[in-house]
Structure formats: structure tokens, C-alpha cells
Design a binder for this molecule. Structure first.
Ligand code: NAD
Ligand code: ZN
Length: 359
């Protein structure tokens, strides 16, 4: 017999009404009731959620693509399926399953991009915490086709940030054309995406040069496997320092995970001949400028890398479940979301903040 869940009528949620209105935490936001779910939809009772820098971009409205308003942000949630829309055909999850909510809430699975495994760029997509309400609430509605089963070996709090930060850097590394023993530079290494990138890269046999700032981030990335470190605030010549730390020739690839355009500025200069630049961090109002002559004559490749598809998500979680990658996080309550945004803005968060949703 499938488990029965009591669904409350209202819940606690963090709501943004407009770009200039304050973030409101309300105790009585309506919970979509099971009878009101469309076929294919499910209701997930959340246990916890990570806070990604993307949530801050959404809250500030600083990207060319604008979020829905009013908005409930969040896209790194883990919880339990407590209802499935009536008439859902062979749902891939059942009541009581522990699942993850990631950035890509829905894609059509039938367009050219979906068929080619690039479902994250599907023109019919829905994005959690951006075009559909996300995980900064107790009950979230998502699609049975796109929620991700969480491996038993993985604690929910450890799984949360793998669902965005982990999947994203795992995929960027997977397509970086690097091989065991190659050097990879990770600007933003002490942040949410970056500290996971250090570990996935190390697990892949790559040699990591971490770029970020401050003693706490330096200690963390070294503990996680980085062989070399450059502090972007202290370095007088970042290109020379990065090259010097990577056999004098520069890294074979750079996975830029900083939300600051300055982290992109020198990448083409410091990359080794034949190097690959993986564009991941999404600074506001930024464009990528690269010297055309050297991009060509150094045979540099530049790739945009956008989260990951459902297979990337499963792979990233499995690697974490086998203990190769561990999210370094601090737990806070939903009430401290505003404070968390302020610390993210200042670059003060080492690793990730995971919010406790189920009390
Ligand atoms: P974060 O704030 O946790 O980490 C960013 C890190 O970059 C911080 O540690 C900061 O100190 C560091 N940094 C700032 N300027 C730097 C510089 N010049 N050189 C080196 N490091 C620098 O943020 P996060 O949650 O890891 O997200 C990072 C960015 O990635 C955001 O823009 C976010 O929107 C984006 N993102 C992209 C994807 C994607 O699919 N491509 C997915 C998730 C997040
Ligand atoms: Zn994210």
C-alpha cells in the first residue's frame, strides 16, 4: 500500500514580489492540493535546500532573462514525493520517494535540443525558482519526469547542492577535453560551485589550481585536493602566477565559476596552447572578451556550459554517494535567507549554505 500524507493548506515560504520589494517570509502561503495537480506533476515536501548564487541573480533581476514575479526562489531542494497528479501515465517516481528538485523543472523531451541531450536549453523549459516557484517553501510542485531520485547513501543535506552546483561543475569538467594528469584552473574555487569542482576534478585525476581569495577558502580547497592556489586579490600578475603554478605553460582548461566578470578577463591569456575555457559563472551585465589573434593561434576553445541533463544529475549524485565528493556546508533556517544573500553578495560564503526547511 502506498503511504498516505497529510497535506496542510498553508505553508511557510520566502517570496519576492518585485525587484525593489523586500524578501518576505510568510507563514500562510497556499499549498497546491493534490486534486489540483496536473497529470505529470508531483508535490514534494521539502527537507532542505541549498542557496545558489543564481538565486541572488534572480532576486536582483540582473540577468537579461527575467524571473517570474512574485517569485519563490530556490533550486537545490531535497524532499519526499507526497502527491502525484491524477491520470499521470507511468510516473518514474512513487509516493514516499526521496527526490531532488533541480534548476530544470521541466523540458519537453521532444524538441531537437532535448533529443540531443541538451534539455537544459529546451525552448519549452521551466526553471525552478525562476519561471516556476522553487524550493524556498515547504511544499514545491514539480514534474515527475524531471525530479531526481536521491541515492540512499547520500544524506539529504549533502545531496542538496549536488543538484545544481555539483551537476553544473561535473558536466563542465566532463566536456572540458581534459585527461588524467592535466592541469585545470578553477576561478571561484572557494564558493559553492568551485569547491565541488575542485573535488570532481581531483576525482577525475586532474591537477587543480584553485583561484579565489582569503585564508579560509585557501585552506578548504587545499584540503579538498587543490595542488596550487592563487589569491586573485593578492596577486600582482594573475596570468604570470597561474602559469608559474602550472609547469610554466598554463592550465589545460579553466572552469570559471566566479560570478564576477574579472575572473574571465585573463583566461585566454593564461590557458596553455590548445586549452579549453569552460564558461560557467554568470556575472551580470558581462560579455566575454578574448583576443581573436591569440584565441586562434593558441587553438583555444570556448564552451558555454549550462547546468546538466538528467543523466549528468544522476552521475554527479552517484559520485557523491560513493564519497568522492562532499559538499562543505553550513546549515541555516529559511528565516536567514536575506542574510545569506548579503553574505553571497560580499563573497563571504565558504562552500555552501543549506537551509533547513522541514522543522
Ligand atoms: P559563490 O558566490 O558561492 O562563489 C563564487 C566564488 O567566486 C566566491 O568564492 C568568490 O570569492 C569567487 N570570486 C569572485 N571574484 C573572483 C575572481 N575575480 N577570481 C576568482 N574567484 C572569484 O557562487 P556560486 O553559487 O558558486 O555561483 C557562481 C556563479 O555560477 C553564479 O554567477 C551563478 O549564477 C553561476 N551558475 C552557473 C550555472 C551554469 O549552469 N552555468 C549553474 C549554477 C550557477
Ligand atoms: Zn544554482
Amino acid at each position: 500500500m502506498s503511504p498516505q500524507f497529510e497535506i496542510p493548506k498553508t505553508q511557510k515560504a520566502a517570496i519576492v514580489e518585485g525587484p525593489d520589494s523586500p524578501l518576505k517570509i510568510v507563514p500562510d502561503h497556499p499549498v497546491r492540493q493534490p486534486k489540483d495537480l496536473a497529470p505529470g506533476e508531483c508535490l514534494v515536501r521539502l527537507e532542505c535546500t541549498g542557496v545558489c548564487h543564481t538565486d541572488l541573480h534572480a532576486r536582483k533581476g540582473d540577468w537579461p532573462l527575467k524571473a517570474k514575479l512574485p517569485l519563490i526562489g530556490g533550486h537545490e531542494g531535497v524532499g519526499t514525493v507526497v502527491a502525484i497528479g491524477e491520470h499521470t501515465q507511468s510516473p518514474p517516481v512513487k509516493l514516499g520517494d526521496r527526490v531532488g528538485i533541480k534548476w530544470l523543472a521541466y523540458s519537453c523531451l521532444d524538441c531537437e535540443l532535448c533529443r540531443k541531450g541538451l534539455e537544459q536549453s529546451c525552448p519549452n523549459q521551466q526553471l525552478s525558482g525562476f519561471t516556476t516557484d522553487g524550493t524556498f517553501q515547504q511544499y514545491v510542485v514539480s514534474w515527475t519526469s524531471h525530479v531526481t531520485p536521491i541515492p540512499d547513501a547520500l544524506d539529504s543535506y549533502e545531496a542538496a547542492s549536488i543538484l545544481c552546483a555539483g551537476v553544473t561543475v561535473y558536466r563542465a569538467l566532463k566536456y572540458s577535453h581534459t585527461h588524467i594528469g592535466d592541469w585545470v584552473a578553477i576561478p571561484g574555487a572557494g564558493g559553492g560551485l568551485g569547491h565541488l569542482a575542485v573535488q570532481y576534478a581531483t576525482a577525475m585525476g586532474l591537477r587543480v589550481l584553485a583561484v579565489d581569495t582569503g585564508a579560509e577558502k585557501r585552506e578548504l580547497v587545499k584540503k579538498l585536493g587543490a595542488e596550487a592556489w592563487v589569491d586573485f586579490r593578492e596577486s600582482k600578475d594573475i596570468v604570470a602566477d597561474i602559469r608559474a603554478a602550472t609547469d610554466g605553460q598554463g592550465p589545460h582548461a579553466a572552469i570559471v565559476t566566479a560570478a564576477n566578470s574579472s575572473a574571465y578577463a585573463q583566461a585566454v591569456d593564461y590557458l596553455r596552447l590548445g586549452g579549453n575555457l569552460m564558461v560557467v559563472g554568470l556575472p551580470a551585465h558581462a560579455s566575454l572578451s578574448a583576443d581573436i589573434f591569440f584565441t586562434v593561434t593558441k587553438s583555444i576553445s570556448i564552451y558555454g556550459s549550462y547546468v546538466g541533463n538528467r543523466q549528468d544529475a544522476r552521475e554527479a549524485l552517484d559520485i557523491a554517494a560513493r564519497g568522492k565528493v562532499k559538499c562543505y556546508y553550513e546549515t541555516r533556517n529559511l528565516d536567514s535567507l536575506l542574510e545569506t544573500y548579503e553574505s553571497l553578495e560580499k563573497g563571504e560564503i565558504v562552500g555552501r549554505i543549506v537551509l533547513k526547511i522541514r522543522e
